[in-house]
Design a protein around this ligand. Sequence first.
Ligand code: KIV
Ligand code: ZN
Length: 517
Amino acid sequence: MSKEKVIIFDTTLRDGEQAPGASLTINEKLEIAHQLVKLGVDVIEAGFPVSSPTQFEATRLCAEQVSGAVICGLARANANDIEAAGEALKAAPKRRIHTFIATSPIHMEHKLRKKPDEVLKMAVAAVQCARQFTDDVEFSPEDACRSEMTFLYEILAAVIEAGAATLNIPDTVGYILPYEYGQIIAKLKANVKGIDKAIISTHCHNDLGVATANSLAGVRNGARQVECTINGLGERAGNAAMEEIVMTIQTRQGFFGGNVTTNINTREIYRTSQLVSQLTGFVIQPNKAIVGGNAFAHESGIHVDGILKHRETYEIMTPEMIGLSGSRMVLGRHSGRHGFVDRCKQLGYNLSEKEIQAAYEKFLEIADKKKEIFDEDIAAIINDEVRMVEQLYHLEYLNVTSGTGTLPTGAVKIRMQDGNIVQAAACGDGPVDAAYEAIRQATGQSPKLDNYSIRAITGGKEAMGEATVQIKNEAGRTFIGRGVSTDIIEASAKAYIDAINRMVASAGNNEDEKVTL
Ligand code: KIV
Ligand code: ZN
């Protein structure tokens, strides 16, 4: 029996990036998009072009440079949005316009202030308009799961007639439960006129923690596209996590009648998950399914004993399936440049000569302090040295004194992009606070610090520390920064400066927040 494909539609760069603080630069988006192609996703939703010049440019560059997947742009159901999406996508060999309008009574009455028949007309007109730019048009009735079923039958039949090839069924507010979501999909399959000409897609949010379960219930009832994000990134509690959906479909074939499959190369899952975590600054919780640090860790004696006797006693998937190699490769000072470059390639990094040089110099610096360098350290080095946002501020010098009976004091020298050095010294409640106060004084930037955390990247007393900070600008927009060092105060200072650099780089690009319906 030939298997039916479940199309994997990745919206990490669009819905995922709507997570507060997850803002990515255009280059970071391109890097993720290239990795998504390696992972084997079918459709990449690259952005919401009309919402800001950056979103437009990111979508345009994905369309121009990323081949191997359909590139999709989001548009509300109006000509202006659709034309912007069409324009941004025009270089893509395979392009899709995804247009949406809300269909639930609460959204139509209070947000759109429109009657159902007006909404239906707008949906049809939007699909017809999008068809002028591409044959591949997707339609979403926003808040579908709180909409009247009879209205859904009507509007979906009308947009199929108008030329929509994919019907996406969003649980926009993450309200529905798996049994109900499955029933909605089954009813749509049974009652929408012309449904055989279209693909039904799931799009589930995780407010009640059931986004993955809902998406899978959809697949079981006939949906053949799943919209999801890497690590479940997204607004509020996030979207359905791609890695969970793909690994469930693979691991529980029988549950899906043994006849569904995806194009995903599961061995790229871990690398993709790490990349998204590093670039967005969203740390993955250790107990996260599939990609969390503990997902394959066995500690209890009974489990370890069972695994050693027969792996499947306690393991339903292997770490190798998601690209985690069983053996840990260790580098050190004597591995040399060649060894370092080789390992970077094996880990999937495609670095230019200049980037290799910067990363290698940092590698040597760290190898002097830390005998064994693990893959996680290499990822952190590359993230820290190579994938920096445009750096207005660069930490040149840091000195912090603190101790019992001493007033914590920090002094910093910061090199500006134009080469000028600014410096300041300040006292604080502790060493990190003193360093942060000095940074605020030197840069003249004083964002609100919302969150600060530090973790060891690998085990052992020489482990590198990774600091993550979350700051807010005056407009209340969140930015996340990360910094890595064997010295945790330095890691903390670098993380703060990274967040400030991201904040400054995004200044003047707040249009995203002005988009309303
Ligand atoms: O959650 C949602 O309803 C969306 C739509 C734009 C598809 O993201
Ligand atoms: Zn969504």
